[in-house]
Design a protein around this ligand. Structure first.
Ligand code: GDP
Length: 195
């Protein structure tokens, strides 16, 4: 996918702030530190547009990036950060569930998982929400460069089994370090964005 234009549009804290131009949305969820910002930067070929440095768990907002006037990448706050207060956690829950339930422009959810580890309880809960709201999901197993190629299949199988993944959901091996999976993921996004 050739990236001709990327714009950071808004950090939205309320649904009234979501863009109103009707472009399809592809959302990204994952644990803090899983590599979600790096993945976005790799997808859009920018070094630092998605803030890798943003403080984990502090702000509960949806970051909207418009790509090629074709699609929005919508970055959820990272979850599972130990020091988050109960109030913050509840805010996250309400915001995300409302978005999943009501945002008809959401065409595909990317659930980003570190390939080295089995999905956490929070990852499993997020996947359950997605299935509850019938959201097509693509699990992105990132940091693939951190384990030998010979172990990829075994780790992907563990992720699939732990999440209890639906057959119709896809999984992509990814590395922000090498760019592995970038084209494949854009193809999956482009296909979903037009349906
Ligand atoms: P976020 O909190 O989910 O946005 O995570 P970041 O994108 O900030 O990444 C967390 C850390 O993992 C950073 O030190 C990144 O450089 C590193 N990282 C992210 N993706 C990859 C990857 O694919 N391969 C390797 N080797 N490191 C990665």
């Amino acid at each position: 996918m050739k990236i001709t234009d990327v714009q950071f549009i808004i950090s939205a804290v309320r649904p009234e702030q979501y863009p109103e131009d009707g472009l399809p949305e592809i959302a990204l969820a994952g644990r803090s530190n899983v590599g979600k910002s790096s993945l976005i930067n790799t997808m859009i070929m920018r070094k630092n547009l998605a803030r890798t440095s943003s403080q984990p768990g502090k702000t509960q907002q949806l970051n909207y990036y418009r790509v090629n006037d074709m699609v929005y990448l919508v970055d959820f706050p990272g979850y599972g950060y130990a020091k988050v207060s109960k109030v913050q956690r509840e805010k996250f829950g309400v915001m995300i569930e409302t978005y999943l339930r009501e945002r008809e422009l959401l065409k595909l959810q990317l659930l980003v998982i570190d390939i080295r580890h089995a999905p956490s309880k929070d990852d499993c809960l997020m996947y359950e929400w997605l299935k509850h709201y019938n959201i097509p999901t693509c699990v992105v197993a990132t940091k693939a460069d951190k384990i030998p190629r010979s172990k990829w299949q075994k780790h992907m199988k563990l992720i699939k089994e732990t999440l209890g993944m639906d057959r119709e959901d896809t999984m992509v091996l990814f590395s922000s370090e090498s760019g592995l999976g970038r084209e494949e993921l854009w193809n999956i996004i482009a296909e979903r964005a037009v349906t």
